[in-house]
Write a protein that binds this ligand. Sequence first.
Ligand code: PLP
Length: 408
Amino acid sequence: MSGFNTLAVHAGQHKDPATGAVIPPIYQTSTFIQDGINVLRAGHEYSRGSNPTRNGFEEQLNALERGAAGFAFASGIAAEDALLRAVLAPGDHIILGSDGYGGTHRLVNNLHRKWGISASTVELTDLTAAAAALRPDTALIWVETPSNPLLKIADLSALASLAREHGALLVVDNTFATPYLQRPLDFGAHAVIHSTTKYIGGHSDVLGGAVIVADYLHRGQSLAEAVGYQQFAGGAVAGPQDCYLAARGLKTLGLRMERHCATALELAHWLQARPEVSRVYYPGLGSHRGHRLAATQQSGFGGIISLQLAGGEHAARTLAQSMEYFQLSVSLGGVESLVCYPREMTHASTIGTAQQIPADLVRLSVGIEEPADLIADLTAGLAAAGCATSSTTSSATGNLPRSAMASA
Ligand SMILES: *Cc1c(COP(=O)(O)O)cnc(C)c1O
């Protein structure tokens, strides 16, 4: 089978036979002419069911994750919602990792709970805790590794075995690692989900999500059939323009991830040596708790770094708002660097819970700019943060939106 970058460029990208166009056209159409009643010309009837541009992207991503089938959705959350609806039934219990995307917890606890789904939040880096949380009605374990924003590493093979012995599914949110660095299905996971908004799109210009499933029979139906039917009947599909952008981004995923990883490692080492920084979270550092495990299941350590500031909350807020290239924003995984204050931005919904994020923590999404320019930007930001006295109240810079709807 061809290698990663070859598949990324070619899988699902069928040249146009009519014109010879190297890039397949964007099939911006809702419906397809039939040659007779229900005689479909190329298997396409209506774009909610199938669309060549979407199918091309699905095939491309599925090839990279080595799955049985891939499905593209309008957002990462739409993909999560579709997968859960496809495989769960009222009365099911699921286990969610404790450090994870806030929107997943919101989806399950605020929307799916009404339909009879219950959830426990468990520290999934602790296998004893994971095993102890299994109940007779547990149907699914949902894990993010590396996790957001603390970059914790969970053992994919061990969790897959645990799930399989229990007759439950293991779902992995692979948004942070991407298939270039980690392929969860190879470790026994049943399904992978992505926010393709992040590294797969890679240019912060499109929202999208995807589900990739293993060849597996669940409650008498293949996962591919179950998710495919949910996509068609539920209708949260990605449109052709969005699929085109995501597919174009995916072609260069390998190149971008190499650069994200190299620069992030350099910045993590640099940050670790700075007196203004009390702690750096990056799985590529030997000091990271999950470093050795990450090295066994990932081929690189990714582009996200979190850090805690010696100057406390005020220093963290100041750093987040004082850089030129690291712009203050939710989301991640684009070619441009971004900085986020997770406690009140992406993870605002966890304030007051056991999962709340430390007030002195800042998350960096390291872009593909020149490392020297990013270091200069961080130097200036840390100088500003270092001058900030922790006795000043946070109200001076405390006018960030505290929207519980904040995402990414
Ligand atoms: C952003 C994100 C999501 C949600 O995806 P959307 O495209 O914003 O709906 C899910 N999981 C992770 C890890 C994310 O970063």
